[in-house]
Design a protein around this ligand. Structure first.
Ligand code: ADP
Ligand code: MG
Length: 443
């Protein structure tokens, strides 16, 4: 554009003093070096000189030229596509381009540049340069294609990344939420599978562990409810039979009647001890059971429990030997620990035949009070030893029901000891006897 203005200034000056021939030669030269066609038009738009010498004397319909001649601008340019079909570009322009390129120029871009001519201080027409800009358009197109390529590549990268993210994050999350839905419906068997070692895999693993815990809790709860119901139903059934036989047998001997009433009373006792044990366990489970700790002498608690049970042992000709080595002062709940001692000693008496012996030993060992309760009783088979602390677990169902047990005693004992941060172990040999060892921290 700047070139055309410069050329216009140069030729405006030359028009004044050059001869027409020389002027035309110089015009041809300039046209060759700019690689286009140069035209000079007078202020009326009539072509005065044409380096292709084809349209001299005619008026051309070139908008850029007319806007310069109209004095609207001091330079204008435009680009025209020489279309293949339905061509609207002027035929002379097409011809010009054909000549310029030395071949058919259909479908190519041509630029028209116009600048006003001034000669001797007067406006004397316009200079017009027509040149192919196809090379520029081509390189623009090429840049466009390259940019398109880059864009497609970026798109591909984005898609691939999105795909990877989906694999790495979304899928495991979907798997987890499906797992949670299963759990919500009460299906605790469902497990989530996430491969790899990342955070998601850890999460899935934690989820699976949680499902397993919930599953076993659910099972334990069901078991507990069915055991408890059974435990309550048995005495109720017995009571019902006894009451019914008393109802339908009006002439029942008084002795039999009072025997029945005694049995009913026993069953009611059973019921109430099951219920109170259950309540204790429910309390412990719901973390409502609070320890009432105070400074206490554990030796006294042990002695008291033994003293309370001495008559029971005496009734069965059993020796109950209490050997206390240390007083074991500690900060603990005396009532709950009394319950622990009572339950274990009572078991020892219950599960030891008449004439047997029970030994209770208490000593301090390091930071622990160690309570050892041994008997010369029936013993516990090895396969049952791990279960005696389970709720409702009884080694010999029939026998221990006779002895009035609920099967809850040892599980309550274990929970109380846990609350005190202690431990309980059982050692036993069938037919020889059993030893329970309780360890409690002395503070
Ligand atoms: N000293 C012991 N000797 C033999 N068996 C015992 C002894 N202590 C507990 N057991 C067994 O462990 C079971 C659970 O004890 P426990 O929870 O106190 O229930 P129970 O109400 O039957 O006494 C008992 O039924 C019994 O079979
Ligand atoms: Mg018991």
């Amino acid at each position: 554009m700047a070139d055309v203005s410069q050329l216009a200034a140069q030729f405006g000056a030359e028009m004044e003093y050059e001869t027409a021939d020389t002027f035309y030669l110089r015009l041809l030269e300039a046209a060759r070096s700019s690689g286009g066609r140069l035209l000079i038009v007078d202020p009326d738009g009539k072509v005065q000189a044409d380096t292709y010498d084809a349209v001299v004397g005619s008026r051309l319909a070139i908008s850029e030229m007319w806007s310069v001649l109209g004095g609207e601008t001091d330079g204008d340019y435009g680009f025209h596509l020489l279309e293949d079909e339905g061509d609207t570009s002027p035929s002379w322009l097409r011809r010009a381009a054909d000549v310029m390129l030395g071949r058919s120029s259909r479908g190519e871009w041509v630029g028209c540049f116009a600048a006003p001519l001034e000669s001797g201080g007067r406006f004397s027409g316009a200079l017009l340069l027509i040149a192919s800009v196809q090379d520029t358009v081509d390189s623009l197109n090429e840049i466009q294609m390259q940019m398109l390529g880059v864009f497609l590549l970026a798109l591909l990268v984005v898609l691939v990344t999105a795909g990877l993210i989906t694999r790495v994050i979304t899928r495991p999350v979907a798997a987890l939420s499906a797992g949670i839905e299963h759990m919500g419906r009460g299906d605790y068997q469902h497990r989530v599978h996430v491969s790899g070692k990342g955070e998601m895999a850890h999460l899935a693993e934690a989820f699976n562990q949680m499902s397993e815990q919930i599953r076993s809790l659910d099972e334990a709860r069901n078991q507990f409810v069915s055991n408890a119901s059974h435990e309550l139903k048995t005495p109720l059934a017995t009571i019902k039979i006894l009451v019914e036989s008393m109802m339908y047998q009006e002439d029942m001997p008084t002795e039999l009647r009072s025997e029945f009433l005694g049995d009913i009373n026993k069953e009611i006792d059973r019921l109430s001890s099951v219920v109170s044990d259950l309540l204790t366990l429910v309390h412990i489970d719901s973390h409502k059971l609070r320890l009432r700790r105070e400074m206490m002498v554990f030796a006294e608690t042990v002695r008291e429990s033994a003293a309370r049970l001495a008559p029971l042992a005496g009734k069965r000709d059993q020796t109950l030997d209490v050997q206390i080595t240390d007083s074991c002062e500690m900060f603990a709940d005396p009532v709950k620990l009394g319950q622990v001692c009572y339950n274990i000693i009572e078991n020892a008496i219950k599960y030891t035949p008449d004439g047997g012996s029970i030994t209770v030993k208490l000593k301090k060992s390091g930071r622990d009070a160690v309570l050892e309760i041994s008997d010369t009783g029936v013993g516990i088979p090895p396969e049952d030893q791990a279960h005696v602390f389970d709720r409702f677990y009884r080694v010999d169902k029939a026998r221990s029901r006779d002895t009035g047990g609920t099967g809850l005693g040892l599980s309550i004992v274990q929970q109380i000891i846990r609350l005190h941060a202690g431990s309980i172990q059982v050692f036993s040999e069938v037919g020889k006897g059993t030893t329970f060892i309780v360890q409690l921290p002395v503070k």
